[in-house]
Design a protein around this ligand. Structure first.
Ligand SMILES: [Zn+2]
Length: 330
C-alpha cells in the first residue's frame, strides 16, 4: 500500500457497462480507458517478472487465479492498495486498487504494488511493515523517494521518530496519519541503506534469517552489524554527511530567558528540526550574557543570531525564518 492512500481516501472503483477488461496470465485489469487497461496489464506482468528476477533471483510460477487490478484514472497524486490473504502458506484473494494520473501509476504505483504481490508469493506470510513498504517504495520514482528521505531526516531526534526496536516488529500501521508517513519514511530509509550496500537478494535473505532467528542475528550475519542499533546509526550518518559540513559552516546563538513562553515553545518545536538539519544551536540566557546580548542588539526574546564561517550574517526574531535563510545560502 502506498501511504498516500491513507491520506487521500481511495475512490472505490465502480465497474459498469463501459468498463474495459484486459486479461494477462496473472492479472485482469478493469479500467474505463481500453488502451490504458492494456498498458497497465502489460506493465504489471513486466514488473512481476522483473521484480522476481531481481529480488528472488528467479521467476515465479503463474498464479492459480489472476490478481484483479481496478484502475481509477484521476488527476491526483498516485495511490494504491493491494490486499491478499494467507492460509496455511498459500496466498489467495488478490485485489489491487490503484488511482492517479497515468504517469504516476506507471512510474510509481504499479511497480510498488506489484512488488507486494511478488513478496507475498515468496514469503507466504505477512512481513513487518517497514520491510514490505520500504522495499516497495524502493521501486518508485526518484521524486517520490526524495519525499520519504526528507521526512525520515526531519524526524531524527524528535518525538515523532519510531525507535528501531519498535519499527522492526510493527505489523500494523500506526493509527494516525503522521505516524503512518513516518513509518513509510523510516522503513524506506533503512531499506534503501541496506539494499544499496548488498543488493536486493541479500535483503530477502536477511528477512528470511530475521524470521527464523531474530533481527540482531540477521543484521550481524548479512550486514556485519553487531545489532539493530549498530545498523541504524550508520544509515543516518551516511545520509547526513553534507549536514556535518553545514554544521561547521553555520553557528546559531539563541537568546532566551526562563520566563519566555515562545522561547520554550521554540526549544521544543524548532530546535529538533534545526538539529535534524545538522545545525547546532547554542542557547544563551539573556541576563547571564548581558554584554553579548547588548553588543548584538538583542531587544526581544527569543532572538537568533546566525554566523556563517564566523561572520555574523543575520539577526532573527522568527525561528521559522532560519530555515529559509539557510536555504537561500545554499
Ligand atoms: Zn505499499
Amino acid at each position: 500500500m502506498r501511504y498516500l492512500l491513507l491520506l487521500l481516501p481511495l475512490l472505490l472503483f465502480e465497474g459498469d457497462a463501459s468498463t474495459f477488461e484486459y486479461r494477462t496470465p496473472n492479472f485482469v485489469v478493469f479500467c474505463h480507458d481500453a488502451s490504458f487497461a492494456v498498458q497497465v496489464g502489460e506493465a504489471a506482468e513486466y514488473y512481476r517478472e522483473k521484480h522476481a528476477k531481481e529480488w528472488l533471483g528467479k521467476s515465479i510460477p503463474n498464479w492459480y487465479s489472476p490478481c484483479p487490478i481496478r484502475v481509477n484514472l484521476i488527476n491526483d497524486a498516485g495511490a494504491g492498495a493491494t490486499t491478499f490473504s494467507f492460509d496455511q502458506g498459500e496466498v489467495f484473494g488478490w485485489d489491487m486498487q490503484i488511482q492517479g494520473t497515468p504517469q504516476s501509476l506507471m512510474d510509481s504505483v504499479i511497480p510498488h504494488e506489484v512488488l507486494h504481490t511478488v513478496f507475498a508469493s515468496h514469503f507466504r506470510r505477512p512481513l513487518p511493515r517497514w520491510a514490505d513498504e520500504g522495499a516497495a517504495t524502493y521501486e518508485e520514482d526518484e521524486s517520490e523517494k526524495q519525499i520519504h528521505r526528507q521526512l525520515a531526516e526531519q524526524v531524527v531526534g524528535t518525538e515523532q521518530q519510531i525507535p528501531i526496536r519498535r519499527l522492526l516488529v510493527m505489523h500494523h500501521y500506526p493509527d494516525n496519519m503522521g505516524g503512518i508517513a513516518v513509518l513509510y519514511a523510516q522503513g524506506f530509509y533503512l531499506a534503501e541503506f541496506l539494499i544499496n550496500r548488498k543488493g536486493k537478494q541479500e535483503f530477502i535473505k536477511f528477512l528470511d534469517t530475521a524470521y527464523r532467528t531474530d533481527w540482531d542475528r540477521a543484521f550481524e550475519k548479512h550486514y556485519g552489524f553487531k545489532n539493530q542499533e549498530a545498523a541504524y546509526t550508520p544509515a543516518w550518518k551516511e545520509h547526513s554527511q553534507p549536514k556535518q559540513q553545514m554544521a561547521s559552516r553555520y553557528e546559531i546563538k539563541m537568546f532566551t530567558s526562563p520566563n519566555c513562553q515562545r522561547c520554550e515553545e521554540d526549544r521544543r518545536k524548532v530546535l529538533p528540526l534545526l538539529k535534524a538539519k545538522g545545525l547546532i544551536v547554542e542557547i544563551l540566557d539573556y541576563d547571564r550574557n548581558l554584554d553579548l546580548a547588548r553588543k548584538e542588539n538583542v531587544i526581544g526574546l527569543p532572538t537568533y543570531i546566525i554566523y556563517e564561517n564566523g561572520k555574523r550574517i543575520a539577526k532573527l526574531r522568527e525561528s521559522r525564518a532560519i530555515s529559509s535563510l539557510l536555504k537561500r545560502h545554499h
